[in-house]
Design a protein. Structure first.
Length: 276
């Protein structure tokens, strides 16, 4: 997928299957393996530094540094996990989205909770103002860019997460978000309710162990994009743990999925960008 096709593909064509990368190396491997668009995972980025997620560990500058490195490394569109927009005001959010576009991103998401508030939801109208500020910044830049607005109700343990998520997403839809996202929604009934309530494209997070709906079925239901969050990175960390445990037990099972050094050399030198 060309970068300028990203917005159109949210409305037409096959569902976008978008894995989330955390550095240029993972982005190159995902593109070579067939990914036609990539997200970023803030959790994955901080995990590479041995830091926890949801503690404000990833600064805006660090996020943008990684985004710039990734957009320099691959040709597919990249959508940025910009957490709460990295700021206390709509003006801060607008500046963040301007900087993401300058770093080469073709999309970005904004969440409706703030890391500094213990993962409490931001007031509804305040979040809508932040979405509008992001949209205005995008429009001023004149770039094709997919603005994703997220309702975090399931993740923060809101008492009635489905109804509140829909209430919030409808307002974000009115605030000109291009794509709407409910992390941690899992059942067919919940996903159907979200799809029925909205008119804009919907992203579903599939990187959850208990998520058992086949991707082809999600596409048939009307989901326009799926993403993996930090799950691929977490799987790799799990492989590291298993590999080290296997060494202690006398096994080398981790070698089964190893990419050879010569393949990686070709890929990372730019001589092989597909088909690893």
């Amino acid at each position: 997928m060309q970068r300028n096709e990203f917005l159109e593909r949210h409305h037409n064509g096959p569902m976008i299957r978008m894995p989330d990368a955390w550095d240029p190396g993972s982005a190159k491997i995902m593109q070579a393996a067939g990914a036609e668009a990539l997200g970023t995972t803030s959790a994955g980025i901080v995990y590479t530094q041995g830091l926890p997620d949801y503690e404000g560990a990833l600064s805006r500058d660090e996020c943008l540094r990684v985004v710039q490195e990734m957009t320099d490394a691959v040709t597919v569109p990249i959508s940025v996990d910009s957490e709460d927009g990295y700021g206390d005001t709509p003006e801060d959010v607008a500046e963040t989205f301007k900087m993401m576009i300058e770093a080469g991103a073709m999309g970005g998401s904004i969440e409706d909770h703030q890391l500094t508030s213990g993962r409490e939801l931001i007031m509804l109208e305040e979040t809508a103002d932040r979405v509008r500020a992001a949209r205005e910044a995008i429009d001023r830049m004149g770039a094709p860019f997919v603005l994703t607005a997220r309702a975090e109700c399931f993740l923060v343990g809101y008492p009635d997460p489905l109804d509140e998520s829909i209430r919030r997403l409808k307002l974000y839809e009115d605030a000109s978000a291009d794509c709407l996202y409910v992390p941690d929604v899992r059942s067919r009934e919940q996903i159907t309710a979200v799809l029925d309530a909205l008119t804009k494209p919907v992203n579903i997070l599939v990187g959850i162990k208990s998520f058992d709906i086949p991707l082809d079925e999600l596409e048939t239901m009307g989901v326009r994009r799926i993403s993996t969050g930090g799950s691929i990175m977490c799987s790799i960390l799990g492989l590291i743990r298993s590999a080290v445990g296997g060494l202690g037990a006398g096994t080398l099972d981790y070698l089964d999925n190893m990419i050879r050094h010569d393949e990686l050399t070709k890929l990372f030198s730019g001589t092989n960008v597909s088909g690893i």
